[in-house]
Structure formats: C-alpha cells, structure tokens
Design a protein around this ligand. Structure first.
Ligand SMILES: [Zn+2]
Length: 255
C-alpha cells in the first residue's frame, strides 16, 4: 500500500553539519577497537525537531533541527548497535529541559572505502534489508517513542576531488561532494499501516517508505548552498597511516 499523503523532511544547517562532522570522523579517524584501531566505521544518532501539519489530515513537514550522536553505540564497519539507554536518557533530558525539540527518529551511516561507482552500481546508499527489519519488526517499540523519520548517510571515495553540484536522485535522496568524499543522504518516513492477521483481526503496524517513494521529499537547503570551498579542503587517502590529510591552510592555522 502506498502513501496517501506527502511528507517533507527538512534538515537544518546545524543538523547537517553535526551529521557530516560525526560521519566523517567515524569514516576517516582511527577508533580504538578491542583488537586494533579501525576506520570506516558506521555511526548512529538521533533526530530532534518538529512535526508541522501543512493541511488538515494531509501533507506533513518534519523539520530536523538538531542531530545528537550516540557515543555509546557499538560501531563496526558493517553495523552499528545503539544502546537503548541512550535514547531513554536523551529523551528524558530533552523533554525536561528542551521540550520544544521533539524526538523524530534516527540516522546511521553506510561507510564504504571503495570507489563511489561501486556504491552506485550496488545501490549501497539504500536502506538494507536489516534496516527495514530493525524498524518494521519492532513496530510497537518505535511507536512508543513516536519514531517518524529515518535517515541514512552513505560515504564513499572518488579518485579525484570534485566540485559537482548536489543533485536529487530521486526526491528523497541528495547526492553531494566534499573534496574527494562522495556522499548520499536519503530520507525515509514511517507511517501506520493496517494489516489483517490470520484471524481477520486488524492491527496497525509501522511501515517504512520504499526507496523510490514518490511522496517523500528531502530538503536540505544548506547542502545546495555549498557552491564552493571557502578555503581548500584536504583529501581522504587509502593505505596505511592517517586517512585524512588536511589542506595546507589548516597546517598554516596550526602554526
Ligand atoms: Zn543501514
């Protein structure tokens, strides 16, 4: 069953910066693991903002104002396990002190050290089967927390740095470039769907919108405002040693 209403997901400049800083840290900076330090790790965070009803029982805007990253989440290269206690603590904090920011959902990253063309051909920027299951199989849990929006940020490498303008492909995904990092930010919405069980009893479960959902629009004006680098950005490299080599301008500032 498709959606009978339109959803807009808008991401503020602050939220997009918070997400990019943390996602690239997990991607390019060594994190001490049990056996050895690793890069190219997934990371996980929570979305905070507002739900705005644009017309009676119709279109909805989810405005994401802040993103908090869960430092307690278990980070690995192919998965990231959040700790439930972090969600409880942060919801408690926000509802007590900053109740004008509502919990809207979560975000995680898909880091690939491979060339971006590989990620495109395999469509690794999409939610995985496990991503859908994690939400739809635990409908009751997420309903209690009023989960509404899911984001995924995928990161891969380009052979050379580029200045390609951000593009939509499709309306719920933005592809953008930072130096030689290629990124894709994709938005999904959870909506209630009624289904009948074997005894013809109706129950309402949460469903995640499809990858090419026509009724979900992702809006991140600050990404489209990134027309150029104000100063030269560094480069991500592969091989042993430091992964991100800062630009000369950063070294000059350090002096
Ligand atoms: Zn995923």
């Amino acid at each position: 069953m498709g959606l009978d209403r339109v959803y807009y997901i808008r991401i503020s400049e602050d939220a997009s910066i918070q997400l990019i800083l943390n996602a690239l840290e997990a991607y390019s900076v060594f994190h001490q693991g049990k056996k050895k330090a690793k890069t190219c790790l997934e990371t996980y965070g929570l979305l905070w903002g507002h739900e705005i009803n644009l017309s009676k029982n119709k279109d909805t805007l989810y405005s994401i104002e802040l993103i908090s990253i869960d430092t307690s989440a278990e980070r690995e290269r192919s998965f990231c396990n959040p700790n439930e206690s972090a969600l409880k603590l942060k919801r408690d904090l926000m509802t007590s002190f900053w109740p004008y920011y509502d919990f809207l959902g979560d975000v995680h990253t898909h880091p690939y050290e491979k060339n971006y063309t590989h990620v495109c051909s395999k469509k690794y920027y999409n939610y995985s089967t496990d991503d859908f299951k994690r939400l739809e199989d635990y409908s009751e849990y997420w309903k209690e927390h009023n989960y509404r929006v899911g984001l995924v940020l995928t990161i891969a490498l380009m052979d050379k740095a580029g200045t390609k303008d951000p593009i939509y492909k499709p309306d719920n995904m933005i592809e953008f470039t930072l130096g030689n990092y290629r990124l894709w930010l994709k938005g999904h919405v959870l909506y209630e769907d009624s289904e009948e069980n074997e005894d013809s009893e109706k129950r309402t479960a949460l469903k995640v919108t499809d990858h090419d959902e026509k009724n979900v629009f992702l809006d991140c004006p600050s990404l489209f405002g990134l027309k150029t680098e104000f100063t030269q950005f560094g480069r991500r490299r592969t091989g042993p040693g430091e992964k991100h080599i800062p630009s000369d301008i950063l070294n000059k500032i350090k002096l």
